[in-house]
Design a protein around this ligand. Structure first.
Ligand SMILES: C[S@@+](CC[C@H](N)C(=O)[O-])C[C@H]1O[C@@H](n2cnc3c(N)ncnc32)[C@H](O)[C@@H]1O
Length: 227
């Protein structure tokens, strides 16, 4: 796989074997994705759900079996990813928005739950802060923002060690080294992870009252923030 020119084209290509590639390339992927259901409060029954960077729908797929009657809005820049979701979820009420986050209208107080799985690390620092503000405003009172990602900046002193550990994980799953080389090209071109403490500050600054970690292994984190 070669690296494409922009996020939309990159993920059109990545969509071909997406779930397998994620499980083999992202440590704890399935545990982090399970957190979108497992970490929710027991009595929380969302009726409107926004999935930011839905990809092929792995996060929505978790939620939809528990909340089949909710109205879902799926945003993704990649048309191929959106097409996979259209085929997969054709029996449910889904609004598809094939666009970049910056072009999506975050309507005020519209959602009970906003989810983002491994998508916000594609935004730079300013975009991230703007996203957290938009997410906060688009949630209803009592709503939840649920988010998983790699949460370490490339300048963190521990980044080098993490990369060694990550490389070993990928080598076990894809021994020929080709996948790791592609992943590192992708990481360099498209990924802009941010340290957890800084993101936590930005999420608090956006107005969220409580921020809880549902799952964490090293810098692979799932968190929930309540409005
Ligand atoms: C790594 S995938 C994550 C997919 C899924 N949420 C998951 O957890 O497996 C990231 C997705 O976010 C989308 N994406 C990244 N940056 C985006 C942006 N700025 N606007 C819209 N979509 C974006 C990509 O097209 C891709 O489908």
């Amino acid at each position: 796989m070669k690296t494409e020119k922009n996020i939309a084209l990159e993920f059109n290509e990545f969509s071909k074997n997406y779930t397998n590639d994620m499980i083999g390339c992202v440590p704890h992927y399935m545990s982090l994705i399970s957190g979108f259901v497992n970490s929710l409060p027991e009595n929380f029954k969302p009726q409107s759900i926004l999935d930011l960077g839905s990809g092929n729908g792995n996060v929505t797929a978790q939620l939809i079996s528990f909340f089949p009657n909710a109205i879902y809005t799926l945003v993704d820049a990649s048309s191929e990813m959106i097409n996979l979701c259209r085929n997969h979820f054709n029996e449910y009420t889904i609004i598809y928005e094939n666009k970049y986050f910056k072009d999506f209208s975050f309507n005020k107080e519209s959602y009970d739950l906003v989810v983002a799985g491994f998508s916000i690390h594609h935004c730079d620092e300013n975009e991230k802060q703007a996203m957290f503000g938009n997410i906060y405003n688009s949630l209803k009172k009592g709503g939840i923002f649920s988010y998983c990602d790699l949460m370490i900046s490339k300048t963190n002193p521990d980044h080098k060690r993490l990369m060694q550990q990550w490389k070993e994980f990928v080598r076990i799953n894809f021994p020929d080294g080709e996948k790791w080389n592609w992943l590192m090209e992708h990481y360099q071109t498209f990924d802009k992870p941010t340290d957890y403490p800084l993101q936590k500050d930005w999420i608090s600054n956006a107005g969220f009252s409580t921020i809880e970690i549902g799952f964490r292994e090293e810098y692979w984190v799932h968190l929930q923030a309540m409005k």
